[in-house]
Design a protein around this ligand. Structure first.
Ligand code: FAD
Ligand code: DHB
Length: 392
């Protein structure tokens, strides 16, 4: 089997890259270990930056998002029992965010690809990358029927997330890795109840961080900071509500709307970057190359920014025989990645409780929150990073 770009992974990075390449007339094959049902049902991120919304719209896959997603012009920071709004639109000349679940983006991209008759191999196993430093790299895998197959490509796009095979296929002497793990995770729940708030609430509390988000007029998405090693059985529904009520309590009469919890999960948190994001004919994109803690809602958006740059570089290569954009891919992507790493680390540090917290540290966090919500300069810093810096 032969193609131009072999894409490993059908997450947002792999599927959007395949879609953007198809619009440029470039062929690709997407390989995914999981089933279509599984990738379309995995609950993850929910906040799309303006730039991400634009890419999805301009490439013709934004129609359902525009109908079913929610545009938000601000967020609330809650601390010391008070709520302070950050006017995202007012501070960024009208930019906003869209709340639309990641798995809905996945559904839209899978539908677009299959409708166009373009290939995705679901349920593959034993994926290995060969001859990445040669002219003609190959991907070996076992397909869903168990047959051994080989895909010959011009280039390989490693879009297989943090635990994939692409990054470890780069010899260790040819990559540098930068890591920070946090001593906490998030317990996320989906709740059958109407929104408690029109905009997202990020709450700082001495019992730990909490976040109120939404999915639809009937469903809320809520998070509480927890131990990253914690198990779901330690979080019966009543404990989830108790923590949410305590951490979100205000002095202005606001009430959290409650209802049946129908999905629960725990995510650990880390910051991670590999440099460079390229080796030979392998180009990494999305979580395969970098991870951010979710507090700034940047993970999915960074994946989109990477593949936008990468798809243009492939287009310049095939259309004009230019190699310069491919050569610059890693440094261009990393500039944005490190900005988002800093922002996500900063939001995380400002809002979470650390186990070595002292009253001194707690007071510093409150002083930072007070400054962010009272200084136009500092609020603008938060706002322009949150809605996303313009795409290259
Ligand atoms: P992924 O979405 O991880 O996609 C990679 C794909 O590759 C997967 O479908 C995987 O099955 C496949 N794969 C893996 N190995 C192989 C292989 N060997 N061969 C073929 N395919 C392979 N971000 C936020 O902004 N907010 C959040 O609330 C948030 N919550 C998250 C919760 C969880 C549990 C996780 C894991 C991430 C969360 N993120 C969140 C981050 C965000 O979802 C990711 O940044 C985003 O999914 C990155 O997209 P990606 O395509 O790079 O990687
Ligand atoms: C959601 C996730 C985030 O990481 C975040 O910062 C805001 C909202 C969400 O899942 O809705």
């Amino acid at each position: 089997m032969k193609t131009q770009i072999g894409i490993v992974g059908a997450g947002p990075a792999g599927l959007l890259l395949a879609h953007l390449l198809r619009l440029e007339g470039i062929e690709s094959v997407v390989l995914e270990t999981r089933t279509r049902e599984d990738i379309e049902a995995t609950i993850r991120a929910g906040v799309l930056e303006q730039g991400t919304v634009n890419v999805l719209n301009e490439s013709g896959v934004g129609e359902r998002m525009m109908r079913e997603g929610f545009v938000h012009h601000g967020i609330t920071l809650r601390f010391g029992g008070r709520s302070k709004r950050i006017d995202l639109a007012g501070l960024t000349s009208g930019r906003s965010i869209m709340v639309y679940a990641q798995h809905e983006v996945i559904k839209d991209l899978v539908t677009a690809r299959l409708d166009a008759g373009a290939p995705i191999e679901f349920g593959v196993r034993d994926v290995t990358l060969q001859d990445l430093d040669k002219e003609a790299p190959r991907i070996r895998f076992r397909d869903a029927r168990g047959e051994l197959r080989e895909l010959n490509c011009d280039f390989v796009a490693g879009c297989d997330g943090f635990h994939g095979v692409s990054r470890p296929s780069i010899p260790s002497r040819r990559r540098s890795e930068f890591v920070r793990t946090y001593p906490f995770g998030w317990l996320g729940v989906l709740v059958e109840a109407p929104p408690s708030t029109e905009e997202l609430i990020y709450a700082h509390h001495e019992r730990g961080f909490a976040l109120v988000s939404t999915r639809s007029p009937q469903i809320q998405r809520l998070y509480v900071q927890c131990d990253p090693e914690d198990r779901l059985e330690n979080w019966p529904d009543e404990r989830v509500w108790e923590e949410l009520r305590a951490r979100l309590a205000t002095d202005d009469g606001w009430v959290l709307k409650e209802g049946p919890i129908f999905q629960k999960g725990i995510v650990a948190m880390r910051s991670f970057v590999v440099e460079p994001m390229q080796y030979g004919r392998l180009y990494l994109a999305g979580d395969a190359a970098h991870i951010v803690p979710p507090t700034g809602a940047k993970g999915l958006n960074l994946a989109v920014a990477d593949v936008r740059v990468l798809s243009r570089a492939f287009a310049a290569h095939y259309r004009e025989g230019r190699g310069d954009l491919l050569a610059q891919y890693s440094s261009m992507a990393l500039r944005r990645v490190w900005r988002a790493e800093h922002f996500s680390w900063w939001m995380t540090s400002m809002l979470h409780r650390f186990h070595d917290d002292t009253p001194f540290h707690h007071r510093l966090q409150l002083a930072e929150l007070d400054y962010v919500t009272s200084s136009r300069a500092k609020a603008t810093t938060l706002a322009e990073n949150y809605v996303g810096l313009p795409l290259d």
